[in-house]
Design a binder for this molecule. Structure first.
Ligand code: UD1
Ligand code: CA
Length: 462
């Protein structure tokens, strides 16, 4: 077993606030950036620290927050949100007393990096301080608690904006709400908290003042302003998403993916893309998606929860919950709904919609078609305007088409129906009975010619 440096560390994540400034039905920490809820973004580096225990303080919408946070954590309910200090008090009642160090993090700072948290832990351990706290210098510190230092430059207290004097508001060093405490000192500090301030809350920040007034040391560790961005409203949510997007795109480009316009490319956390794939502008790649090497995706394309193998070309299309095999062509203007599987070198072309449909190797559905609940064999061509009539208003039925068949343009296949191998359907046919291998099915009334029709009509009108 490798050494576990954080085995005696408890981590408390504060996620009980409803986030009034979001003006939302959804609890704040469930809002997402690049496909992951804020709480999950914060928990990623925490997990990597391998601490002794993790507690998440939950309140409003707690069941959903717990679900998003996942397993392996303790959830502590803070029934009434009386402030960050109160949230830590409630959590501390449930924490294992064996753990001598406590890290506190807010649930609304999704850009924090693992290395920064490691620096925060190391700073306290190296100095044996009562606490280390993460701070940042911001051009615009509005909304954050300010870090007040004494004449020697040591941290003396944190003043919340609502309680700050005009002069204190000028301070550009802000509190990030991320700390590591010596457990005993923290308990002393919490016991001394009162709610005598502008917001009538128990501020965790007041613990710092309690420490310094008792002669205990508080070490400030600095981080970049970008990393500590706290999400209180939707403007900050958009800022954080934009920064996260930049990180994702940069990493992908460094790994060999061409992104034509990174500012117009929206890729979720966790998406994997292979070397030499080209991502054109206005592409959204979301959910559990993997795209292999040598593909061209976009412009204007959404791929969600799908797998795309190498050398595929997808243009102006929407693909959701599908598997696309090597060399396949999609679009322009295809919509592939969940459950489709396009075989190698196959095609779903212009204005084609598919649902729960398998297209075999080399088969093509090039134009204006709907294929639903269909299984299409290999090297088959489905002509323009063909439709599987898979729904009778109550139930869905399957269509099967064999290998090397030719479905004439505008064939309606009334499911359930089977068309064999090497079969042909005549253009415009309504196929409602099975078509045996090697045969032609044609369903048309004979064409009639009425001579001189226009002339006759005119003379009638007179
Ligand atoms: C807090 C800090 C502020 C700091 C800022 C950094 C305090 C008093 N203020 O302010 O100094 O600059 O973070 O982003 O600590 N929460 C609970 N229970 C509560 C209240 C809050 O769990 O009763 C949670 C919230 O869900 C949130 C976190 O604690 O995830 C921070 O609370 P928030 O209200 O966002 O504090 P800020 O005003 O941002
Ligand atoms: Ca906040």
């Amino acid at each position: 077993m490798p050494p576990q440096p954080n085995a005696n560390l408890s981590i408390i994540v504060l996620a009980a606030g409803e986030g009034k400034r979001m003006n939302s039905r959804l609890p704040k920490v469930l809002h997402e950036i690049c496909g992951r809820p804020l709480i999950a973004c914060v928990l990623d580096p925490i997990q990597a620290l391998a601490p002794g225990e993790v507690a998440v303080v939950v309140g409003a919408g707690s069941a959903d927050v717990s679900e998003a946070a996942g397993t392996g954590k303790r959830f502590v309910e803070q029934a009434e949100q009386k402030g960050t200090g109160h949230a830590v008090m409630v959590a501390m009642e449930k924490m294992d007393p064996a753990f001598i160090e406590v890290m506190v993090l807010p649930g609304d700072t999704p850009l924090i990096n693992l290395e920064t948290l490691e620096r925060l832990i190391a700073a306290r351990r190296n100095t044996k301080a009562a606490a280390s706290m993460l701070t940042a210098e911001l051009d615009d510190p509005t909304g954050y608690g300010r870090v007040v230092r004494d004449l020697t430059g040591e941290v003396s207290e944190i003043i919340e904006e609502a309680d700050a004097t005009v002069a204190q508001r000028e301070i550009s060093e802000v509190n990030t709400c991320m700390y590591v405490f010596d457990r005993d000192s923290l308990e002393g500090g919490l016991a001394a908290l009162t709610a005598e301030n502008a917001q009538g809350e128990y501020y965790l920040t007041d613990v710092v003042k309690d420490f310094t007034s008792r002669g205990l040391t508080v070490i400030a560790v600095q981080a970049s302003g970008e990393e500590i961005l706290g999400i209180n409203d939707r403007v900050q949510l958009a800022q954080a998403a934009s920064i996260m997007r930049g990180r994702i795109n940069t990493e992908l480009m460094r790994s060999g993916v061409t992104i034509l316009d990174p500012d117009q490319t929206y890729i979720d956390q966790g998406v994997r893309i292979g070397r030499d794939t080209i991502i054109m502008p206005m592409v959204h790649i979301t959910g559990e998606t993997t795209i292999d090497k040598g593909c061209t995706i976009g412009p204007c394309t959404t791929v969600n929860d799908s797998t795309i193998a190498e050398d595929c070309d997808v243009q102006y299309s929407v693909i959701d919950g599908c598997e696309i095999e090597a060399g396949a062509n999609v679009g322009p203007f295809s919509r592939l709904r969940p459950g489709c599987r396009l075989g190698p070198d196959s095609k779903a072309g212009t204005f084609v919609e598919m649902k729960k449909t398998t297209v075999g190797r080399g088969s093509k559905v090039p134009h204006l078609s709907y294929m639903g609940d269909a299984q299409i064999g290999e090297d088959t061509n489905v002509g323009a305007g063909s439709i599987t009539c898979n729904y009778d208003g109550e139930n869905k039925f399957p269509t099967r088409i064999g290998d090397r068949s030719f479905i004439g343009s505008d064939t309606m296949m009334v499911a359930p129906v089977e068309i064999g191998d090497d079969a042909v359907t005549g253009a415009g046919s309504v196929i409602y009975e099975d078509v045996p291998d090697g045969s032609l099915a044609i369903e048309r009334t004979e064409q009639r010619i009425v001579q001189g029709y226009k002339k006759k009509k005119k003379s009638k009108g007179k």
